[in-house]
Design a protein around this ligand. Sequence first.
Ligand code: ZN
Length: 135
Amino acid sequence: MPKIKIKTKGHYDFIDITDEVAGIVKKSVVKDGVVVVFVAGSTAAITTMEYESGFINDIKETLEKLAPENADYKHHQRWDDRNGAAHIKSALIGADVAVPIEKGELSLGTWQKIVLIDFDEKPREREILISLLKG
Ligand code: ZN
């Protein structure tokens, strides 16, 4: 299974991985089907979005209202760590996206990008698993 490894900084690190995914799709034998992009880990997320600084700020502010990084969470007592907010954001956004493939290309909107977001409170090395399905 193709994988992408990425070093992240945490604390809302937004990384556009569209080109890496498109490259894997191009090299594969699947010309029509779907690609599933999944991040292994419960403090990061994969989504699609417009990748521009204004929107990145907007989504960051929205998520920070929902689950502030500095708030206290029951998870902290359970494991004695400090990334409860990161777990909430990861669970809300989700760990994967599925994108249709047509004629060997990703069927994304004009400004739609596949983006890894790392919410953890420290730098990490993330493994992204790419599943290609014919259909
Ligand atoms: Zn944790």
